[in-house]
Design a protein around this ligand. Structure first.
Ligand SMILES: Cc1cc2nc3c(=O)[nH]c(=O)nc-3n(C[C@H](O)[C@H](O)[C@H](O)COP(=O)(O)OP(=O)(O)OC[C@H]3O[C@@H](n4cnc5c(N)ncnc54)[C@H](O)[C@@H]3O)c2cc1C
Length: 431
């Protein structure tokens, strides 16, 4: 057994790197253990044939917590906001998407009465107090909000677009609607992908003395005595520390704690389920239909957007990088070949003949977008699991009561750093 660390962070994704950046200012010794070959987790970007592919479509909320925390850490972001002008596809027919003023005026999807209702819903959404929705599922909120089937479908599409969640009967209205509200202020696509800010967070942490070890997978967390942990790695290495911050998914954390895990006793913890989808990431030399940059299915839960129209996503800046995405229902049995055909066929409707211009593509059939589908009444469980083992802290996109995705990962990473500092030093970071 070698050096004893003050804090070991398991996972070098967004939550782990954010926490490390806040903790690095404190003089504590900090080690990040990342099982992958590079840091970034699901926020990484792969450079394939000179094209920059995020793991599927990635956008940051312009007025969200993630951007404001990244700014607080002096991480500059370069990119542009996409326009939501585009198409909605219902029963193989194209309609203008009523997500912009001109889209609302021109769309044939809604009649005049529905248009007025849709505008009213959007206006109310901008100021809604989501705390009051804590007892409702998204489906219940949608039903209460409008009786028009078309407006209901639009709300479901906006919910999927903002959160990737496609289980309105299970999902918490409070969390989903707060993300829908945030998305109305616009999003940002980043030049060269999310890896740019991951690299900056990584560099800041390393310069400030954080040690980062990749290819290091933690198998076991053993709380050996008060305020002391022993971690056992897959290569049998053992590491001791005072505090552990886990940023893995909930079930991986449970597994690392072994048979004695107190989380096994908590019913709502064992039932946590993830948000998944299939992504087809494509780079083309030209766009067969240059005017079609954004589309969503209404009957089918599918999304398409040309991200390179707003962000530089290739070495020469000339090619077209796009993502076609299918939102999976948590209970669905996925036939990965059928889903691939669906995504390719959807792209064919929007960009006919796209295959002739293909530079490269990548298909990921069942990727975890968020480690937790947010459901009603999980606040107590999340608060409880953060207290049950003293010295063990939890962050990640599943660990926040009121937000998910990067918003949840970044804010829970900051919160965990605050909690550790408060415990260690008795002082807290500014909010
Ligand atoms: C297709 C797709 C689209 C998305 N789009 C958006 C979007 O538009 N907007 C948005 O805000 N968010 C989006 N997200 C979500 C966002 O990418 C994630 O919420 C965020 O990156 C999660 O960060 P994290 O640190 O919580 O988890 P992760 O990124 O999963 O990091 C956890 C890290 O822990 C490591 N690890 C796990 N187990 C161990 C172990 N035993 N030992 C050591 N290391 C371990 C993993 O390798 C990983 O690097 C998207 C995600 C996907 C997949």
């Amino acid at each position: 057994m070698e050096k004893k660390w003050d804090v070991v962070i398991i996972g070098g994704g967004l939550a782990g790197l954010i926490a490390a950046n806040y903790l690095s200012r404190s003089g504590l010794s900090i080690l990040i253990l990342e099982k992958g070959k590079k840091v970034g987790g699901r926020a990484k970007t792969d450079r394939i044939h000179q094209q920059y592919f995020n793991l599927g479509p990635h956008a940051l909320y312009k007025k969200g917590k993630a951007i404001s925390i990244l700014k607080e850490l002096n991480v500059q972001l370069h990119g542009k906001s996409p326009h939501l002008a585009g198409d909605l596809i219902k029963d193989n027919l194209n309609y203008s998407a009523p997500f912009t003023a001109s889209g609302i005026l021109t769309t044939n999807l809604l009649n005049w009465k529905e248009k007025m209702e849709w505008v009213g819903v959007l206006v109310r959404l901008m100021t809604i107090n989501t705390e009051k929705l804590a007892h409702l599922s998204l489906e219940q909120w949608v039903q209460h909000t409008t009786s028009s089937k078309n407006v209901q479908s639009l709300l479901h599409s906006l919910g999927r677009l903002s959160t990737y969640c496609h289980a309105p009967e299970q999902a918490s209205a409070k969390v989903i609607v707060s993300h829908m509200k945030a998305s109305l202020s616009g999003v940002l696509y980043l030049d060269n992908g999310w890896q740019t800010f991951i690299d900056r967070l990584h560099n800041h942490a390393v310069i400030s003395g954080v040690q980062v070890q990749t290819h290091k997978s933690v198998n076991h967390i053993d709380p050996i005595e008060h305020n002391q942990f022993k971690l056992v790695l897959s290569n049998d290495e053992q590491i001791e520390c005072k505090y552990v911050l886990s940023t893995t998914g909930p079930h991986e954390l449970n597994h690392m704690l072994g048979e004695k895990s107190p989380f096994c006793q908590i019913d709502s913890f064992t039932k946590l389920t993830s948000v998944k989808g299939a992504t087809l990431d494509v780079a083309l030399t030209r766009l067969p239909n240059p005017k079609k940059l954004f589309a969503m299915g209404i009957t089918e839960p599918i999304y398409f957007s040309v991200h390179s129209n707003y962000a530089r996503l290739s070495d020469d800046g000339k090619s077209f990088v796009m993502h076609v995405f299918k939102y999976h229902h948590p209970d669905a049995n996925i036939d990965i070949n059928r889903v691939k055909n669906e995504l390719e066929d959807f792209l064919e409707i929007i960009q006919p003949g796209w295959k002739s211009y293909k530079i490269t593509s990548r298909y990921l059939p069942q990727i975890i977008v968020n480690q937790r589908l947010p459901q009603i009444g999980e606040e107590q469980m999340l608060k409880c699991i953060k207290k049950v083992i003293p010295g063990l802290y939890i962050a990640g996109d599943w660990a926040c009561t009121d937000s998910i995705l990067s918003e949840g990962a970044v804010s829970s990473g900051k919160q965990a750093a605050k909690d550790i500092l408060e415990k260690e030093r008795g002082y807290s970071l500014a909010d």
